[in-house]
Design a protein. Sequence first.
Length: 327
Amino acid sequence: MTHRRSLLALPLAAAAGALARPALAQPAWPAKPIRMVVPYPPGGSTDVLTRLYAERMGASLGQPVVIENRPGASGNIGTDAVAKAQPDGYTIGAVTASIMAINQFLFQSMPFDTAKDIMPIGLAWDTPNIAVVAPDHNKAQTLQDFLTWAKTRPDGITYASTGIGQTTHLSSAMLFGRTGVKATHVPYRGAAQVVPALLAGDVDVALDNLASQISLIQEGRMRGLAVTGAERWPTLPNIPTMVEAGVPNFVVSVWGAFVAPANTPPAVIEKLNGAMRRVATDEAMQKRFIQGGATALWTTAEDAATRAARERPMWQEVVKTSGARAD
């Protein structure tokens, strides 16, 4: 009888032991590669600068950060893919001031809400725009030369941008509006198309991101006239600022940030932000960014959201004044 009771007790004890054991722990994040969606074509400033971060962030996190370019609709297509992804930290995105502070004023309807559907991880970089012309443009040794020549053109001049409503478009509209130059906007799909158009004479000028143009200027394949930053760029000391070139109060800074789907766990956001910080505060990486035409940044997620909110009224006014529409 005692032996039978012992046999009956075995499954009960096993069951009790199973109940007492904790559930199997979830694998620590990240347990697989992380997808970084870049909502612009390869080769432009957002793509190039994101790749600088991705390589080092992957090493810091112990999993690769894999770039996926999904351009279209002024960055909305790729960012919408991030907004609708699982909020598990395995899909994040690179965004710009255009996406976070401008697009909502360009489009009648947006596929996502920047305040509700995506959450900032932190600011990543800052870069000015730069007015550039083809090196054989004999009427534009300086910005004032170009503006003087432009005002003599009966049909005005043409300027390229990387897309309707991008900062490359709106900063150009600001410049020519303030200086009284008649100018026609010619949008392209990205910086990779702007350069051939300038060299072929299809357009006269562009205010492109410095990060897209700096190597071309240093190699003599493009001529820089003025940067939109508050100070001259360290590796282009001979190119003046817009203010120095005779355009008062003209300072435009273009920034990039990383975002995740809304409701991504705070612990994951914190780890991603920490990986960004290790990149941005590394002295060697800071030098690489400067050489590439940008400044590496590190901020909190809250700081990124605050900057976007602060700049929206300015860009809303520029969109209204320019008459830009994207749909």
